[in-house]
Design a binder for this molecule. Structure first.
Ligand SMILES: [Zn+2]
Length: 538
């Protein structure tokens, strides 16, 4: 299978106010990443235009990218009323004469709002020329976005950063606004593209990376692995963006990048080679440290999430090449009652070779405790303990101590949602034989840095990765600052899809052997799994 050419619709370059040292900022580093991840072109805006001054930053963008054939400039626009930018006809004419084919608005940051009286004339001029308009989810509320789309029906609008679990409002919005498109980096819901295409076709999904904030390899993963047609895959990867850019009326100057087959990568390790081809990792042992299931047949819980039960989790594991998943039930982290543990135990019984359960307990119902402790924990029917913040108690609360002691006495893992570093430190010292898995350790640089600091000191503290953030450089950061042995792959499937989380590891620039540790061997060590059981089975 020839590699898919990706065309990134959501990339930012330039000097930013707040930057983690692991993230890139030089254009040559972007070019290296583009090459590695099969990205043949990118629409770029400038951080200075987004954070400091739109006009100044837009001009700086053109100066810095020069005539780089891979890059398509995007300007950040504000209306003309204050004299910071010219009136719309003049502004859009200048953009088009310079080959600037896309625009971005930031109604919250730039305090313009989205009322027609304020930005209507600018949007009408963009609409007249079919200039695609980009706006980030953090900058606009969905009802306002639908109004904007309906007021300008010929204006292609791209919503960037749309996350998962929003279908109850997003699907009606897409139905009401046929000119609304979705950029994909955060759109990581389980089987999201398949569901989207079933409802709206493949034309309105556009691949984006949100570079330099996210792992670009991870961002390509759903396009590579979703169960969709080859045509749809290529449209999402770049064809749709190319169509929108070619539809722009009156653009001159810069040629568009070519959507040609990306370069080959003979020096790929076996894991990234497999990922690049969109094939299941069938030759590797992969153990997911963090999954979820809902009750049988579930298509959602308090948020809509497609195909949310154990059988569908195993189906998705097969699609990706995940051998075993350690999961907790959705209801376990909410009600945490005996019926929640029943859902887990039934799932393990149905898929004994593939699923392992964390036991749950709701400390607000001490009357359940003794029977569940004997039935679930003392009988070894679960591999660990999953407490959860929704129960309203911190992880070091005395009500959680009996199960912490169980974990300590039996050297079991405790999966703790985004545990604060000061609490990790305290628990790791108090229960030295328990294994503390800090779930979502890569959700923010603050938590990543804090967890790394504790993990350096306490060998029973581990960073489990899963989170929509897919932070750029986090995997490399942790391996370097702590060690690969204390880093664990987790997917949060079936909530997030497995693909982006898996790609966060597979595309990381770490040695092949370290990827194997992170993807399965470390968690297998925690579970004391015999070597002969560490075999690919998907
Ligand atoms: Zn989770």
């Amino acid at each position: 299978m020839s590699a898919i050419p990706f065309f990134d619709c959501n990339c930012q370059i330039g000097v930013r106010a707040n930057r983690h040292k692991s993230t890139i900022w030089r254009l040559e580093d972007y070019r290296r990443d583009f090459d590695y991840c099969d990205i043949v072109g990118a629409v770029v805006s400038h951080a200075v235009a987004r954070e400091y001054s739109p006009d100044y930053g837009n001009r700086r963008l053109l100066r810095e990218i020069g005539d780089d054939p891979q890059l398509v400039p995007q300007w950040v626009l504000i209306p003309h009323h204050t004299g910071e930018m010219p009136p719309a006809p003049e502004l859009v004419a200048e953009m088009l004469s310079l080959g600037v084919r896309t625009a971005r608005i930031m109604p919250k940051t730039n305090v313009t709002g989205t009322s027609e009286a304020i930005i209507g004339p600018l949007l009408s001029e963009l609409e007249r020329h079919r200039v695609p308009l980009f706006v980030d989810k953090s900058e606009i509320d969905l009802p306002d976005l639908v109004q904007l789309c309906q007021a300008h029906p010929m204006l292609p609008v791209v919503l960037c950063g749309q996350s998962w679990g929003g279908g109850r409002t997003l699907y009606p919005a897409l139905a009401a606004a046929p000119n609304l498109h979705i950029e994909t980096w955060a759109y990581q819901e389980h089987r999201a593209y398949e569901e989207f295409i079933r409802r709206f076709g493949p034309e309105r999904l556009l691949f984006g990376t949100d570079l330099p904030n996210r792992s670009p390899g991870a961002a390509t993963m759903m396009t590579r692995y979703e169960d969709i047609s080859k045509e749809a895959r290529h449209m999402i990867a770049g064809g749709n963006l190319m169509r929108l850019l070619k539809d722009v009326r009156g653009a001159q100057g810069r040629p568009l990048p070519e959507l040609k087959a990306p370069a080959t990568h003979p020096d790929d390790d076996p894991i990234v080679a497999c990922t690049r081809a969109g094939k299941p990792l069938s030759d590797e042992f992969v153990l997911d440290a963090h999954g979820h299931i809902a009750h049988p047949g579930a298509m959602g819980v308090y948020i809509p999430l497609a195909y949310n039960d154990a059988d569908n989790l195993v189906k998705s594991m097969d699609r990706m090449g995940i051998d075993i998943c350690c999961f907790s039930p959705w209801s376990g982290i909410i009600t945490g009652d005996p019926e929640a543990n029943d859902i887990s135990l039934d799932a393990v019984e149905r898929h004994p070779d593939r699923l392992l359960a964390y036991g749950c307990d709701n400390p607000n119902y001490p009357e359940f405790f003794n029977a569940e402790y004997e039935r679930v924990f003392l009988t070894d029917r679960v591999i660990g303990y999953k407490p959860y913040p929704r129960h309203g108690l911190p992880f070091d609360h005395p009500a959680l101590a009996p199960l912490m002691e169980w974990a300590n006495a039996n050297e079991k893992p405790v999966l703790c949602h985004a545990m604060r570093p000061d609490i990790s430190e305290k628990l790791a010292a108090k229960y030295p034989s328990a294994k503390f898995l800090v779930a979502h350790a890569g959700s923010s640089w603050d938590l990543a840095e804090g967890t790394a600091r504790v993990a350096r000191e306490f060998k029973n503290v581990y960073a489990e990765i899963t989170y929509t953030s897919i932070l750029y450089g986090f995997i490399e950061f942790f391996c370097e600052e702590v060690c690969p042995e204390q880093l664990l792959f987790g997917s949060d499937c079936v909530m997030r899809d497995i693909a982006p989380q898996l790609g966060w590891v597979t595309w990381a620039r770490i040695p092949y052997e370290d990827k194997q540790k992170v993807l399965g061997q470390n968690m297998a060590d925690i579970l004391k799994m015999p070597m002969e059981q560490r075999t690919p089975r998907s």
